[in-house]
Design a protein around this ligand. Structure first.
Ligand code: PLP
Length: 270
């Protein structure tokens, strides 16, 4: 069900059509930004929050974001019952402007499985302290740029260790995020997640579900993660996925995680 639509003219093109030049700075330097949204029932879910974040990511990479993203997203999602929508804006070639497009694909089966059956996770250190991440904006924490090679390398590391996913930890033992998800824990019935200030992406899924339960955003230590009542990964496409193994220790699917997962799936369908 792959579809490609260009921001320029809102035209749908054959999915095999090349849309970027070889000298595009997104291709050569990783200078492009993106959003990944879930499509439910013909609509891009929580689109407003994604567009806000796309704008902020473009600002941080000094990309002059062209207009028209809402119309592009709405057109791309039309007629799609359940799917993945990527909105991508590349910085473009030095003698041309930014290039935007939408890509619609199916939700991968393993993503669905992770949501339903849970994921096994290992923690990996990113080396830098949380304080250094906060004071080093050039590390681009919190920017959704397509430079995800390190994220993918982390996931390969997890797979080689027999796990599905990773939770990154700062050099001084603070929980950060996962390569494609936000981390949430439940402590005494409260959903707790690290603040964006530690240099992580402000998750739209976390933003959506956080109104459903008592919620606090504050630093979370590795020890707290391991001792939490529940641990979950949140992201637009996977939704709310229970962590059922953390650094080798088995964990049950908790009631708050299950409730938020069901709420999000219903909300995505509108
Ligand atoms: N953190 C990172 C690094 C991500 O790539 C993502 C999603 O792709 C998230 C968090 C979760 O964000 P959202 O819930 O908006 O999908």
């Amino acid at each position: 069900m792959t579809r490609v639509l260009l921001l320029d003219g809102l035209t749908e093109v054959d999915p095999t059509t090349p849309v970027l030049r070889a000298d595009d700075l997104g291709v050569l330097r990783g200078e492009s930004v993106f959003e990944t949204c879930r499509i439910g029932n013909g609509r891009a879910a929580f689109l407003d929050a994604h567009l806000v974040r796309l704008t902020e990511s473009a600002r941080r990479l000094d990309i002059a974001l062209p207009p028209g993203w809402r119309e592009l997203a709405e057109k791309a999602a039309t007629g799609v019952d359940d799917g993945v929508l990527r909105l991508v804006c590349s910085k473009g070639a030095p003698d041309a402007g930014p290039v935007g497009f939408a890509l619609v694909t199916a939700v991968p089966e393993e993503t669905r499985r992770g949501r339903e059956q849970g994921v096994a996770v290992v923690t990996l250190s990113l080396g830098v302290t949380a304080e250094e991440r906060i004071s080093s904006p050039w590390l681009l924490g919190g920017v959704k740029a397509t430079s995800y090679a390190m994220n993918m390398a982390s996931l390969r590391h997890a797979h080689a260790a027999g796990a599905d996913d990773v939770i990154w930890v700062s050099g001084d033992g603070q929980v950060l995020e996962a390569p494609t998800s936000t981390v949430g824990i439940v402590v005494d019935g409260t959903l707790v997640s690290p603040p964006a200030e530690v240099g992580i992406l402000p998750g739209t899924t976390l933003g959506a579900v956080s109104g459903q339960v008592p919620f606090a955003q504050r630093p979370v230590t590795l020890a707290e993660l391991r001792g939490a009542d529940e641990v979950m990964l949140l992201s637009s496409v996977r939704g709310v996925a229970p962590v059922v193994r953390l650094d080798g220790a088995e964990r049950p699917v908790g009631p708050v995680t299950a409730r938020l997962r069901d709420w999000y799936e219903a909300a995505v369908r509108g």
